[in-house]
Write a protein that binds this ligand. Structure first.
Ligand code: WTA
Length: 651
């Protein structure tokens, strides 16, 4: 990881506004005083076994654990010897209560079609699909790829996998066939569940066609189950492909939840790293479930009467943890929307909030910046007074976007929880507690109970208040990842080798004099584009796979809407590049990885700035991409003329 420049991160953000929680919010909140928070936090820090043991009593266990925590990072194990099941905790245990007929999922399709599944409905469908999986030969431990639109069948498939202990690997619908094949192969997936297509901004995303193309390169997949969503014509290969509705029609609704070990693999989710192929982050059963259940309750202050909406796609970790597992484990009503925020008009989200009287709304800063741009007239057209709590995740939120969110969406009355966490952490780590924490726009505030972070130099020394450094975790927590699928050595190297004894996953941050954390972004070569992590290295490999590209370096640059844009410096073989070539390269990357990785800028240059040892000096490229006239230290640069040429290589 390239953390060499992180020794001295200078923070330029000076924010002094503060927002205490409204008294009426505090009065009704699950955690409602600073003293209560302090007490929980201290107890969790000093006696993790006692604290987490007590918390875990809130789960259903087939067999109670023998030991709360065994070992230390990187190989800490939680609730050792215990047996439980995620789908049982999310479904069965609500069926013996009044929640049986409560809405578990309220779903709205992009074209405006709707479905509501009660806990009983969801349980029945999950049991049936679990039986379908078994009939297709899926056994405990087999990996199942879910490459689906945001439809209820995705939630059903996830919970069915957890019911029989088959780890799922969800692939975001925006990824290309090649990306699907790569992930299928890495996970050695046996089955793919998909749909003919899904709706996005009025257009169809052709999922089944991509699956067909991916299967030419992923031989471990034996069968494909296809949900009919759009009704478009697709090819069904006899003996390999089955319609969801045909299989479900014959399936029994009786399926006991498997009694799984606490550490049984729950799911794999691929995320970008700074080097090499995507990393298969593996989460296990009990610890992940406990983390998402507790944080949903604490951070979103979930109550039975709430309609809760997280706008993420389930293809990302936010959707896993905070559309499905956390809310359902709490018996909450979770809203799921299939499509785009600006279809058929720029006020679609606000229309949905008004329609379902949404109380808690969780979205991303990149979306908020787009809403600001689309204009206040859209939210102002709808009644948003049902909202009582707002949240954000995915990247640092700029204070002005925070203020807009607070005033225009929250009507000045809703606390905002700016939640910091990662695919690897499984659950929210640093966040306000809405009934307790006085918020400061742009800060994710303080660590939750059980989370013990620090800000350190790259040699691991703790830094004083307001000094920028590396954000690390000094103690294990139950919902942390356990390995990178199939590559434990890479897991240890990536997260635990930079700072001895600590977990480090790439963010720079500072802590102010009040103990509030301010995330400053990634310090490795990972971009955060519209809240999604993309590896510069993967985009570079995609570029270099084009026959005309000799060398490529990819860096991020500040982008109004996306937070970070993708800028590619490319050296071609043969003749000079032109606009047509730029377009061709953009299309090429899009085909290789998916639309989310489409470059914003391609700049041609006959050489890239390198050190004498041949390393590309990305920090200089970042300056150039951002349009900064003066670049940092160039003394190690091999050829000075390169910089002038690069500056002239405008987009
Ligand atoms: C960034 C998403 C600032 C951060 C849950 C982290 C944030 C990466 C915040 C993880 C936040 C996430 N403030 N930055 N509230 N939340 N990030 O794995 O750089 O897709 O390392 O998980 O997003 O992205 P991931």
């Amino acid at each position: 990881m390239g953390i060499s420049s992180a020794e001295s991160i200078t923070s330029v953000l000076q924010e002094t506004r503060t927002f205490p929680p409204p008294a009426e919010f505090t009065a009704a909140a699950h955690i409602n005083s600073e003293a209560q928070y302090q007490d929980l936090w201290e107890r969790a820090k000093d006696d993790p076994n006692g604290f987490w043991g007590e918390m875990a009593a809130g789960l259903h266990w087939f067999k109670k654990w023998d030991k709360v925590l065994d070992g230390k990072m990187p190989d800490a194990k939680w609730f050792v010897g215990g047996r439980t099941n995620v789908s049982y905790n999310c479904l069965d245990r609500h069926l013996t209560t009044w929640r049986k007929n409560k809405a578990a999922i309220i779903w709205e399709g992009e074209p405006g079609d709707t479905r509501v599944l009660t806990y009983q409905d969801l349980h029945r469908e999950v049991c049936k699909f679990a039986n379908v999986l078994k009939k297709l030969g899926i056994k405990t431990g087999d990996r199942v790829t879910l490459y689906m639109p945001m439809i209820p069948e995705l939630a059903i498939a996830m919970l069915a996998c957890t019911r029989i202990g088959a780890p799922h690997s969800i692939i975001f619908g925006g990824f290309s066939a090649d990306a699907v094949a790569e992930r299928n192969n890495d996970a050695q997936a046996k089955l793919v569940v998909t749909a003919d297509g899904g709706w996005r901004r009025g257009k169809e995303i052709e999922l089944k066609n991509s699956v067909d193309a991916s299967l030419e390169k992923s031989p471990t997949v034996e069968n494909v189950v296809v949900v009919r969503r759009t009704g478009s014509p697709i090819v069904m290969e006899p003996g390999r492909d089955y319609w969801w509705h045909d299989l479900m029609h014959e399936a029994s609704a009786d399926c006991d939840a498997a009694e799984l070990d606490s550490e049984h693999p729950l799911f794999i989710l691929y995320t970008s790293g700074s080097t090499g192929k995507p990393k298969g982050v593996l989460h296990t059963t009990a610890g992940y479930l406990l983390g998402t259940m507790l944080t949903s309750k604490w951070v979103f202050d979930l109550k039975d009467e709430d309609t809760y909406w997280c706008t993420a796609d389930i293809g990302w970790v936010t959707g896993h943890s905070y559309i499905i597992y956390g809310p359902l484990a709490n018996g909450a009503t979770t809203l799921m929307y299939e499509g785009a925020p600006n279809w058929p008009h720029d006020g679609r989200f606000w229309e949905i909030i008004e329609k379902y009287k949404v109380n808690i709304f969780y979205t991303a800063p990149t979306a908020i910046r787009a809403f600001v741009k689309w204009g206040d007239e859209w939210p102002n057209k709808f009644d948003l007074t049902s909202l009582r709590l707002l949240g954000t995740v995915g990247e640092p939120i700029n204070p002005e976007a925070w203020m807009w969110y607070h005033h225009v969406i929250g009507g000045g009355r809703c606390p905002i929880v700016d939640t910091w966490w990662q695919t690897e952490t499984g659950a929210i780590m640093i966040s306000p507690l809405p009934g307790v924490t006085t918020t400061k726009p742009g800060s994710c505030t303080k660590p939750l109970p059980g989370v013990v972070p620090d800000i350190v130099t790259k040699s691991g020394e703790s830094l004083p208040a307001n000094a920028g450094g590396l954000l690390v975790m000094t103690q294990p927590w139950p919902s942390m990842l356990r390995t990178l699928y199939g590559d434990h050595e890479r897991y240890v190297r990536t997260y635990f080798s930079e700072i001895a004894g600590c977990y480090f996953a790439g963010d720079g941050a500072r802590r102010d004099a009040d103990g509030y954390y301010w995330i400053m972004g990634r310090v490795d070569d990972v971009l955060n584009v519209a809240g999604h992590r993309l590896s510069t290295m993967e985009i570079e490999s995609a570029l270099v796979s084009h026959p005309r590209v000799a060398e490529a370096a990819v860096v991020g640059f500040p982008h109004d809407l996306k937070g970070e844009g993708i800028c590619c410096f490319v050296t071609l073989t043969g003749s000079d590049g032109d606009d047509q070539m730029k377009q061709e390269l953009k299309d090429h990357v899009r085909k290789q990885i998916g639309a989310l990785a489409t470059p914003d800028m391609i700049r041609f240059s006959n050489a890239l700035p390198k050190t004498r040892s041949g390393k590309i000096m990305r920090r200089l490229l970042r300056d150039i991409a951002a349009g900064r006239e003066k670049t940092g230290d160039t003394t190690t640069l091999e050829d000075y003329t390169v910089l002038a040429t690069l500056r002239a290589s405008e987009e």
